[in-house]
Design a protein around this ligand. Structure first.
Ligand code: XIL
Length: 363
């Protein structure tokens, strides 16, 4: 029933009934979404219906992270990832693997010994190679591209002091790209990170891209995650980074797009002091006020138009989830809030900007 509402809801006009996000964006870039395991397993059938109708690319929200795939050394658990890849193939979708080397959702055994001490550089190289070649090798020719390294650079351009960095220094990044390429020479390889519009991070990532290329290593694209909010960043800041990464010689992907409608804890000084912190930070439990919704939709539309303007450089725009109800933003950076960050609402209906995008496909 809800599914029918969602499909009908997409029809702002009669003409639009045939059109979908993927049909109107077909000559621009892939339009993708992250899938959770419920959606892959068909247990959220309304969401699955939206995915197959509107999207032509998928990425796994969690099941391909190292703690899921290799919770203990040498013990790989592929069931959910296999189902995810099979889902994509069944529906003829572009499949991205997320992610090979990341400091988060990383099992403890990977970088430390039983006493909690860092392992040797040699052992870490072996473990990285074993993990990457097993995972990439298993999906060779099926997963089209991998987020090889996720979130290794800070906003000021310095390297994140992760275990990988502590043990191997900057070298862990080229090594990861080398191992991934050896495991599937045809696969595209990406560097992925958030806050990619910060000038310091932009400069360091461009430098990283150039260094990898100078060393003859494959890197196809930079992923700008795109977890943004209703105020930040400006379109100009974001655009400057799209242009900078393209100038560095790679394609650009918007890999984890969502736009929080809620106050950010980092801007909480702007909010009234008369309400409790919880209420101030979670103000729209019963629905988004029309004025905020209008602002949110206008900004989303402006972002989509920005991406469309840069379609020569952008190969994929992927939303981090399908509907507001299942978005990770309800739990991050503050748990237990009601956020509205995605293209489809809690009732599985497209947001107004999605309908507009579909309606105005020729504009
Ligand atoms: C998030 C998932 O959405 C959550 O379900 C999980 O609890 C934590 O990770 N950057 C990334 C993603 O690269 O993998 C993260 O996904 C969100 C931030």
């Amino acid at each position: 029933m809800l599914c029918c509402i969602a499909l009908l809801g997409a029809c702002g006009t009669r003409k639009a009934s045939e059109d979908t996000l993927k049909s109107v964006l077909a000559d621009k870039f892939y339009i993708g979404t992250a899938l959770n395991s419920w959606q892959v397993a068909g247990r959220d059938s309304n969401a699955t219906a939206i995915v197959t109708r509107h999207f032509n690319a998928i990425v796994a929200e969690n099941c391909m992270k190292s703690e899921s795939l290799q919770p203990r050394e040498g013990e790989f658990r592929f069931r959910q990832a296999d189902e995810f890849v099979a889902f994509g193939e069944r529906h003829g979708m572009h499949i991205t693997g997320h992610c090979l080397i990341w400091h988060s959702q990383l099992p403890r055994w990977f970088c430390t010994d039983e006493q909690g001490n860092n392992i040797s550089p040699e052992l870490l190289r072996q473990r990285m190679k074993a993990h990457i070649s097993t995972v990439v090798g298993r999906y060779k020719g099926r997963v089209k591209g991998w987020d090889v390294v996720n979130e290794a650079i800070m906003e000021d351009g310095s390297y994140r002091k992760s275990k990988f960095y502590e043990i191997l220094g900057e070298e862990f990044i080229p090594l990861a790209f080398q191992y991934a390429h050896e495991a599937d020479p045809e696969a595209e390889l990406y560097y992925n990170d958030y806050n990619m519009y910060y000038p310091g991070k932009r400069k360091a990532v461009c430098q990283l891209v150039r260094q990898l290329k100078e060393r003859g290593l494959r890197i196809d694209a930079v992923g700008m995650q795109g977890h943004i909010d209703i105020h930040h960043p400006s379109l100009e800041e974001f655009e400057a980074s799209i242009e900078a990464y393209a100038d560095a010689g790679v394609k650009v992907m918007i890999t984890e797009f969502d736009m929080s409608a809620l106050p950010s804890p980092w801007q909480s000084a702007n909010l009234s002091d008369t309400l409790s912190y919880e209420q101030r930070m979670n103000p729209y439990v019963d629905g988004l006020p029309d004025s905020i919704s209008a602002q949110w939709n206008a900004r989303m539309m402006a972002y989509m138009q920005l991406f469309i303007r840069h379609a020569d450089d952008i190969t994929r725009v992927t939303t981090w989830g399908v509907t507001d109800g299942s978005s990770w933003k309800n739990g991050f950076p503050i748990r237990g809030r009601t956020d509205y960050p995605l293209f489809f609402d809690r009732q599985y209906r497209p947001k107004p900007f999605v309908e507009e995008l579909i309606r105005n496909k020729e504009s």
